[in-house]
Design a protein around this ligand. Structure first.
Ligand SMILES: [Fe+2]
Length: 347
């Protein structure tokens, strides 16, 4: 197996060096040495040492405790939402106790770090998309609500909007809901009814705030009036519906679907920068874009000539440049849209 070149701050104790670490012609650490915490700290003090070659087999490190906890909570939450959808399909009643419980669980356990945005990307699959999507949109609504500085009560309601937004899909025939491939015009019309079905099922439940009910009905409306079910315009669409629409778009772009491979956060930036003054709400998209850009700083890409490079800077305006540093220390300035020339994006 080929060895792998890592940035110094990617090194983990326990890895083994595949080549000596040299500094100005002198061997600093011998080949085959095991990386220690102290070694990493010392290497970080040498600005000239950017990358280190390590044995690839030892790179398969176990998940960190935080990654394991996120994964477990996520999978448990998906199982719970699956049970909620199944029960709702059979009884046509929404089991509110279960939903409130899993919403609190999601809020408290998955929203601990902004980083969760990138973690979800690796967890979803196109199987059982609706369940994963409901959890993802719930979590993304929570992340957005935190960025928008919502208080705890509003945050809970917002996550509830995300978790419940597609509950009407429990009333869509499974052969339409799970159809692999493109829907016909008739099937699309049936699918679009999930907004109305969802609203009808929850509209008389006293404990659900009106903004959450509106989000189920309006999350596919667009501010220019081109959405459904009513073609409502900006001032007629509730704030939660607008936030769910943004989270919905983010998850649809970055998830694996039957007919589309997951795309990178760079695609999200491009789509939001194009849509935010036309179809999506700019008051929500702008802070989201700023945060997404910040979470990309320090992440890595493979350039079109096959080099690993770290993202050092991304401008906050649409079409601003981003600056990368390659593994051999070279700085490259690229336009935002040049991400299309990346061979890969490493989450
Ligand atoms: Fe939907």
């Amino acid at each position: 197996m080929a060895d792998k070149r890592l940035w110094v701050d990617e090194l983990q104790p326990g890895m083994r060096l595949a080549a000596p670490i040299m500094l100005r012609g002198v061997v600093l650490v011998n080949e085959k040495s095991i990386v220690t915490k102290k070694m990493i700290e010392q290497l970080k003090m040498h600005a000239e040492i950017l990358t280190v070659l390590v044995e690839a087999e030892i790179l398969k490190r176990p998940l960190s405790p935080w990654e394991r906890a996120v994964r477990q909570t996520y999978e448990e939450t998906v199982d719970k939402i699956k049970n909620v959808f199944t029960a709702t399909r059979e009884t046509k009643q929404v089991p509110m106790n279960d939903i409130v419980e899993l919403t609190s669980y999601t809020v408290s356990n998955l929203l601990t770090q902004d980083f969760v945005l990138h973690s979800l990307k690796n967890l979803n699959s196109h199987d059982e998309y609706t369940y994963h999507h409901s959890v993802n949109v719930g979590v993304l609504c929570g992340v957005l609500g935190k960025w928008l500085k919502y208080d705890d009560d509003m945050l809970f309601s917002l996550v509830l909007s995300g978790v419940l937004h597609d509950i009407g899909k429990s009333q869509i025939p499974l052969e339409v809901l799970n159809k692999p491939g493109k829907l016909t015009a008739d099937e699309m019309a049936i699918m679009r009814m999930h907004t109305v079905y969802g609203y009808d099922m929850i509209k008389d439940i006293y404990s659900i705030p009106n903004m959450v009910k509106a989000a189920a009905l309006q999350h596919h409306e667009k501010i220019d009036g081109t959405g459904y079910p009513f073609g409502s315009r900006e001032s007629e669409i509730g704030d939660f519906a607008k936030i769910v629409a943004v989270a919905d778009t983010y998850d649809a772009v970055t998830s694996n679907r039957v007919y589309q491979k997951a795309r990178s956060p760079f695609s999200v930036i491009e789509i939001f920068e194009e849509e935010m003054f036309i179809r999506l709400d700019s008051k929500i998209c702008l802070p989201m874009l700023a945060k997404i850009k910040n979470t990309l700083i320090g992440r890595q890409v493979i350039t079109d000539d096959g080099r690993r490079a770290k993202i050092i800077f991304i401008g906050q305006q649409a079409n601003d440049d981003m600056i990368l540093q390659t593994e051999d220390g070279e700085f490259i300035s690229l336009g935002m849209k040049d991400y299309k020339y990346f061979k890969d994006y490493l989450a």
